[in-house]
Ligand binder design. Structure first.
Ligand code: 5RP
Length: 262
């Protein structure tokens, strides 16, 4: 990515930069996946190299692991960390209760395991990710390759009795081949349009044979850092019931991606 950033990229950047303040020396920190999480990893890498920050990072995908190592973060596995102080990750949608849809980048399984094994999960997102009801963004579910079409048919049949508006699903592709996750599975994207009862849907989907995990994160996220294209950030903490406003100046020198190809 090079040149002037779009307002959405600036919003992602300021959210990530502000959320990086949550990381303290000695912490074990889950590192999310996606474009917003990549900003975070770059910001943290800069603080490690130039500010002397010392922490251990647990990545949620091979992509994030590669980037974290590249920028100088000390990477360990979840099994080495055992439990985390904090996870910071992006989201595809979040609602007023900080329930999420995740998995747009296909890393929902590791992301959910890592976030669940953390004292605190902080989501970083541009304001466009906030919704009144989850479901406009297709809900990803990770399924094992064996019999995936049968699993898909079963899922669609089950959706008939669920409080959703749409029931179609599509196999996620990577060019002409099915997308393959870090665990060797496939992703079905459920085009539900509106999810009336996310908690119930999550429980029902996860009971189906062939389904490994779904992208609904219910009662996992503790706080969200929302970025705006003009540099404003808003921090909402669901446990404390607090909302804080802040503003970050965006300098061209902050464009930590200028040296990277698109
Ligand atoms: C990856 C994810 C991402 O957090 C989500 O897709 C948001 O990505 P981005 O920050 O690029 O908008 O869940 O599996």
């Amino acid at each position: 990515m090079s040149g002037e950033l779009s307002p959405i990229d600036k919003a992602k950047f300021v959210a990530a930069k502000r959320a990086a303040d949550y990381v303290e020396d000695g912490m074990r920190v889950g590192l999310g996946t996606g474009s917003t999480a990549a900003w975070l990893v770059r910001c943290l890498g800069e603080q490690v190299r130039e500010g002397g920050l010392r922490f251990k990072g647990v990545p949620t995908s091979t992509r994030t692991a590669d980037l974290a190592r590249e920028v100088g973060i000390d990477v360990i596995s979840l099994d080495e960390a055992k439990w985390l102080d904090l996870t910071i990750d992006g989201a595809d949608e979040f609602d007023g209760s900080l329930n999420l849809i995740k998995g747009g980048g296909g890393a929902l399984l590791q992301e959910k395991i890592v976030a669940t094994a953390s004292d605190q999960m902080v989501v970083i997102a541009d304001i466009g990710k906030e919704v009144e009801h989850l479901g406009a963004f297709p809900l990803p579910i990770e399924v094992i390759p064996f019999g995936w079409q049968t699993t898909q048919a079963l899922v669609e049949e089950t959706l008939v009795s669920m409080d959703v508006l749409g029931r179609q699903s599509t196999l996620r592709m990577n060019g002409s081949r099915p997308f393959v996750t870090d665990e060797g599975n496939h992703i079905l994207d459920l085009h539900l349009q509106r999810i009336g009862n996310p908690r119930q849907l999550s429980l029902v989907i996860n009971q189906m044979p062939g389904v490994v995990e779904n992208g609904l994160f219910i009662d996992i996220c503790d706080a969200v850092v929302i970025g705006y294209g003009d540099g404003r950030v808003e921090l909402r903490d669901i446990n404390e019931g607090t909302v804080e406003q802040d503003r970050l100046d965006f300098l061209e020198s902050d464009n930590l991606f200028t040296d990277l190809a698109d």
